[in-house]
Design a protein around this ligand. Structure first.
Ligand code: G4P
Length: 189
């Protein structure tokens, strides 16, 4: 997606350890027009996949996920990383290990918002090692539902995520694929 690539070139800041800071439009401040375009693009890519629901993980996946859901006319649910005081009902739970943050978190989705017959499109802001997407896919399978596909805003193609998701047979569509962040600059695939 050309608009997204331009935004990464203009506003992305490359940090040590192969991390791309995009807090001016995705991870902190959110650019609504860009998100709308991202939603339209994912909707176009997955329009024929029989999607009945979108799933993401809080917090940065929520903006692209909700706009994709709006375009496809389906509900969106986000997996929670913390146990909610008001979410006392039955939950699907999976452990997700983050290599970037070097910590394991438990992610949960209420059984109320994920039914067995559903086809769920996973949307996330970043794909690095794929652990977040794989955790969501496990939750979807726990529910007896199906993964309709995985849509990623920014893929770090120099990390293992895409390979792991393809190995499990999932369709992966990334709107910007970064081949390298060497020399402080993003180079695209
Ligand atoms: P993985 O899910 O693909 O395995 O990724 P990993 O555990 O390595 O990443 C953990 C968190 O760090 C995720 O956000 C992920 O989106 C984010 N992340 C990974 N690489 C980058 C990067 O280069 N730039 C930025 N900005 N984020 C990166 P999270 O913990 O879920 O945070 P948030 O959604 O609450 O913002």
């Amino acid at each position: 997606m050309e608009l997204l690539k331009q935004k990464i070139i203009q506003e992305g800041i490359v940090l040590d350890g192969g991390v791309l800071k995009v807090d001016s439009f995705l991870n902190h401040q959110v650019d609504p027009e860009l998100m709308m375009e991202i939603g339209r693009t994912f909707a176009r890519l997955f329009r024929d996949s029989g999607v009945t629901r979108i799933m993401t993980i809080e917090s940065s996946g929520i903006a692209p996920a909700v706009l994709t859901a709006l375009e496809l006319g389906v509900p969106m649910v986000f997996a929670r990383k913390r146990k909610s005081l008001t979410l006392q009902e039955d939950l699907y739970t999976e452990k997700v290990y983050s290599f970037t943050k070097r910590e394991e978190s438990e992610v949960t989705v209420s059984k109320k918002f994920l039914a067995p017959a559903e086809r769920v499109l996973i949307i996330d802001d970043f794909l690095a090692n794929g652990e977040a997407a794989l955790g969501m896919a496990r939750i979807i399978r726990q529910a007896g539902a199906e993964v309709a596909g995985i849509g990623i805003v920014i893929e770090k193609s120099f990390q293992a995520g895409r390979g792991k998701l393809l190995e499990q047979g999932y369709r992966v569509e990334s709107l910007a694929r970064i081949a390298s962040l060497e020399g402080g600059k993003a180079a695209f695939v």
